[in-house]
Design a protein around this ligand. Sequence first.
Ligand code: ZN
Length: 81
Amino acid sequence: MAAIDVHVSKVGSIVAGQVRPEEKLVARCALCARDVDSAAALAGGQFACAPCLRERLDALSVARFRLVESGSGTPWGKSAG
Ligand SMILES: [Zn+2]
């Protein structure tokens, strides 16, 4: 797996596997448009914070569940929603 660049506010960054201490660094999330404690690189030079990434992981799970469930012949029952 390729290294993913990370910014950590007031500490520094890891870019292309290289640790770069930088006390003035402010990590910024492109998804919630906020300054955050830490953020991981997306494509295009943008970064995203952990809560935003977690939200998207949840969205994948929920979407997969809903899509599979809406198909025929699911082995499990229907959801409460
Ligand atoms: Zn965010």
